[in-house]
Design a protein around this ligand. Sequence first.
Ligand code: ZN
Length: 190
Amino acid sequence: MSVKLFFIVALPFVLCQCSFSQTTDKKTITHMDNTDNKHKAYSRTDTSKVNLSEEEWKKILPEEVYYIGRMKGTERPWTSKFEKFDEAGTYFCAACGNPLFKSDTKFESGCGWPSFYEPVSKSSIIYTPDHSHGMERTEVQCGRCKAHLGHVFNDGPPPTGLRYCINGVILDFAKATEAEKKYKEDKKPG
Ligand SMILES: [Zn+2]
């Protein structure tokens, strides 16, 4: 594009943006905790169960979230951005927004998937025996929408001894606020 053309095409737009900036500049945009583009059933505060048909899920979920969450798929190991990720915050179900894990229960398991030793609460997870692929495993599902999350194993670290091996695709992350971080630091012994 020539410089002249840029001014003709883009300049009015730039000027227009400036005139609006005074009313919108206070908004802070943070990545990875944006819920604006989510469907109606998605909520990080509503605890009521979500019961949608597979057809409805297929319509509203991104393809890879649908594949993992509803088709019980498994993402390839070492592919999740959350596998090596240690920011303080909360992990939510990517299908419905249910809080699942806190970052302080996350640990490096070396298995290739994000791993946690304890869920946010007892009701945040559903446990189901899984006999598929000739293995005896325990499947973990979202307590609110029953999305497939991954499996839980008995070889985790203390205090629970559990390893929740979770597909990163089915997780959303929101950073802890400064207030939450300070509260945690104050509570630390010593
Ligand atoms: Zn869910």
